[in-house]
Write a protein that binds this ligand. Structure first.
Ligand code: HEM
Length: 327
């Protein structure tokens, strides 16, 4: 009896510790409400001015967030610079180099956030908010972002090179999303980000001249689009890096035109096109092509899911002072 009474306070202490851990280790919509009330305004202004200067930056920031979250979780590892031979970052991974953009936009916003709220807001939360603002400024709905992520101290170049590629099968792409806790619907919905931004010719050129080793174009590619693309991306190496809009109809507008293009055999990347022909995804493509608001609603939900991948919270990771280097 005496022993039981003695044990009880420890049991209570255990529960208090355990529950408080659960409470504090969750992302929270109001995480910076008292510590950095000006955060959203600073991020929005930074993103808005970057886009005012360069319309494509909206797309680039959304992709930057995707490439962060799929490698080591959303921990801002993509923002870390290489340091001589002592630290290898992700910026030089082949999928990122000369392709991913927007690093300096986040660095600039971070500098302004540091002035207002020193050592308080993580780079990965800034990137998550910046992606939301960028999509919204381009025309996407506004979704609520829970905050409290912390920055990683490591990067993983090998994993960055494993990011989904446009030359991969849908099976592989779905498996890569599944490995991050995302499902087939998320593949279809998040690919809808290709309603804005650009791709280099080499990412789809095989569809124009030598589809599957046939020495002929992809028969599924709409004839007039094919002709235009063959002109912009002639079959020679020096056109490899020429940029082409992912959605040639409403290039800078975040809308459901990407899905209407897919239905009309006018998707640019092979990995986009296959979504309209595979029986796991074709019906979703059709419904997003018909119901723009359904797409915009689902896009926000999938972005929140993606922003939750492998996040560091509580005492894990750190709040970097400069997004390019660990403290
Ligand atoms: C499903 C697998 C995916 C594949 C295979 C893929 C592939 C690509 C490729 C090849 C490019 C062009 C890169 C270049 O030419 O330099 C690109 C651009 C882009 N991707 Fe994806 N992507 C995928 C998923 C996503 C996701 C999940 C998002 C965001 C939620 C996204 C957002 C973007 C954006 C916005 C651009 C344009 C970026 C710019 O213009 O700077 N992509 N993607």
């Amino acid at each position: 009896m005496e022993q039981k009474a003695f044990k009880r306070p420890f049991v209570h202490l255990f529960y208090i510790f355990f529950l408080s851990h659960l409470v504090f280790c969750q992302l929270d919509y109001r995480f910076y409400d008292s510590t950095c009330p000006s955060l959203t305004g600073i991020v929005r202004y930074g993103v808005w001015s970057a886009i005012a200067n360069d319309t494509r930056m909206a797309a680039s920031l959304v992709r930057l967030h995707f490439h962060d979250c799929f490698v080591n979780g959303c921990d801002a590892s993509i923002l870390l610079d290489d340091i001589d031979s002592t630290f290898v970052g992700e910026k030089t991974a082949s999928v990122n180099q000369n392709s991913v953009r927007g690093y300096e936009v986040i660095d600039k916003i971070k500098a302004n956030v540091e002035k207002a709220c020193p050592s308080t807001v993580s780079c990965t939360d800034i990137l998550t908010l910046a992606a939301r603002e960028a999509a919204n400024i381009a025309g996407a709905s506004y979704w609520m972002v829970p905050l409290g992520r912390r920055d990683g101290r490591t990067a993983n170049k090998t994993a960055a090179n494993e990011l989904p590629s446009p030359f991969e099968s849908l099976d592989n792409i779905i498996a890569k999303f599944n490995a991050k806790g995302l499902d087939t619907k998320d593949v279809v919905v998040l690919s809808g980000a290709h309603t804005i931004g650009f791709a280099q010719c080499f990412t789809f050129k095989q569809r124009l001249f030598n589809f599957g080793g046939s020495r002929k174009p992809d028969p599924d590619l709409e004839a007039s689009l094919l002709k235009g693309l063959q002109t912009v991306c002639p079959d020679q190496v020096d056109s490899d890096t020429t940029l082409v809009p992912l959605d040639s109809v409403t290039t800078n507008r975040f809308d459901n035109s990407y899905y209407r293009n897919l239905v009309n055999s006018s998707g640019l990347l092979q990995s986009d096109h296959v979504l309209s022909t595979d029986n796991r995804t074709a019906s979703m493509v059709l419904s997003y092509s018909r119901y723009p608001y359904l797409f915009l609603k689902d896009f926000g939900a999938s972005m929140v899911k993606m922003a939750n991948i492998g996040v560091l919270m509580g005492q894990d990771g750190e709040i970097r002072e400069n997004c390019k280097v660990v403290n």
